[in-house]
Design a protein around this ligand. Structure first.
Ligand code: HOZ
Length: 421
């Protein structure tokens, strides 16, 4: 399998773009080698610049629940090109998208659209501070909430992949507003509230973590976060940028039956275009400008292309609830019977093959993985036409465009790797 053209492009990219990429994990530092430059995608398949074709389990890091270039999303985008790509003024489609989000995620009584997951989490923690009049935020080690200054503390995703412990460029005073605790550990949360009493504005959590690989909540954990925050007058923020419309139509909060105060969304709700959203209780969201004094704005917020793609996606999901059953069946088949020495974590169509005996329940247990072996596995799979995340600490995603043949091919390729020891 040739990667010659990707190599040439990577050399050229490195001269002008830091690390040759526009987002760090894409540089393959977690697995070594040259990132594949992608020419096009269709359904569950990616084609690179050397003419290789792959079954794609990255799915643009989560948004492509229906695969690449789903016809309904493409048609919606075509229609917008005839109308105008940005007005900086309200449009009817924005209302419809917000209404569809609220219908699926009823805890989001009011919704504000932004341009990325990072913007959504940055705004949500600001709103939590403004609403409570408190400054501190609890986050969890290995969770990643975008590159928000104060949330780059013990963060997962690229920070974990590159082993960057403390974000350079983040003022110590910002980082000091964040308390990082082990995930899935209720006692640590109780203790933090004991210690900081009425200073904690919110807990922000990935209800199913995707950014240290896929790590589900232990039974009762999310309920405990709900109960503790309510008891202490702090807000509970579910970062559902990854899990929203992914682990179920109503996200992780529907799956686990928890009502957070605020929720952040991104990825799937943009149908593959840049978008984010935050929202929650109306009494809280009513404090956001222009209704209230908590300021947040954006030139391209609610832009017609992203909104139309998101609407096409959400309309499709609403009309085809069977998508989630199909995803569950395929992902279940893909993740069944892992070989010895491998721990598979999966919630719906997001999953990770951890190269450790496990169990993997938090950052400390995820960090025990044999990253070097994951790198060899990654390249083996790439050579066998399977495109996985180029890091042990990222979740893999299935789309409704995958087929059982794709699953079978993937299982056989993986089995061949493990057979050689
Ligand atoms: N932080 C993203 C996944 N957790 C990676 C984004 C990207 O490289 O595109």
């Amino acid at each position: 399998m040739s990667s010659k053209r990707s190599e040439v492009l990577f050399e050229r990219a490195k001269k002008i773009i830091p690390g040759g990429v526009n987002s760090p994990v894409r540089a393959f530092r977690g697995v070594g080698g040259t990132p594949r430059f992608i020419r096009r995608g269709k359904g569950a398949r990616l084609a690179d610049e050397d003419g290789n074709s792959y079954i794609d389990y990255v799915g643009s890091w989560g948004p492509l629940l229906l695969g690449h270039r789903h016809p309904e999303v493409v048609q919606a985008l075509r229609e917008i090109l005839e109308i105008g790509t940005s007005f900086g003024a309200p449009t009817e489609r924005e209302i419809e998208l917000a209404e569809m989000i609220r219908e699926a995620v009823p805890s989001m009584e009011m919704v504000r659209l932004v341009n990325s997951g990072t913007e959504a989490t940055m705004s949500a923690i600001r709103v939590a501070r403004g609403f409570t009049g408190r400054d501190l935020t609890i986050k969890f080690e290995g969770c990643y909430h975008g590159h928000v200054d104060s949330l780059l503390v013990k963060a997962g995703s690229g920070m974990a992949t590159l082993a960057i412990a403390d974000a350079v460029g983040v003022p110590a005073a910002f980082a000091a507003t964040t308390i990082a605790l082990p995930y899935n550990n209720v006692a640590a949360v109780e203790q933090a509230f004991e210690q900081h009493k009425e200073q904690i504005a919110s807990i922000i959590v990935e209800p199913v973590v995707g950014n240290m690989g896929c790590v589900p909540p232990l039974p009762g954990y999310l309920q405990a976060l709900r109960e503790i925050t309510a008891r202490h007058g702090a807000l509970l923020i579910f970062d559902e940028v990854m899990t929203g419309f992914r682990v179920s139509h109503g996200g992780a909060q529907q799956l686990y039956g928890i009502q957070p105060d605020l929720t952040t969304l991104g990825k799937v709700i943009g149908g593959g275009l840049p978008i984010g959203a935050y929202g929650g209780r109306a009494d809280i969201m009513s404090k956001v400008a222009p209704l209230g004094p908590i300021y947040q704005a954006g030139t391209l917020s609610g832009n017609p292309l992203a909104v139309a793609a998101g609407l096409a996606m959400l309309r499709h999901l609403k009309a085809n609830p069977g998508v989630y059953e199909k995803l569950e069946a395929m992902a279940g088949a893909l993740c069944a019977d892992p070989p010895r020495g491998i721990t598979v974590n999966r919630v719906g169509s997001m999953f990770t093959f951890f190269f450790t005996d496990g169990p993997v329940v938090d950052w400390d247990s995820a960090a025990k993985c044999d990253k070097e072996r994951y790198g060899r596995f990654f390249h083996w799979m790439l050579d066998h036409d399977v495109y996985l995340a180029p890091s042990q600490f990222e979740a893999a995603f299935l789309s409704a465009a995958h087929t059982m043949e794709d699953i079978e091919h993937t299982r056989q390729a993986a089995a061949a790797f493990f057979a050689q020891g």
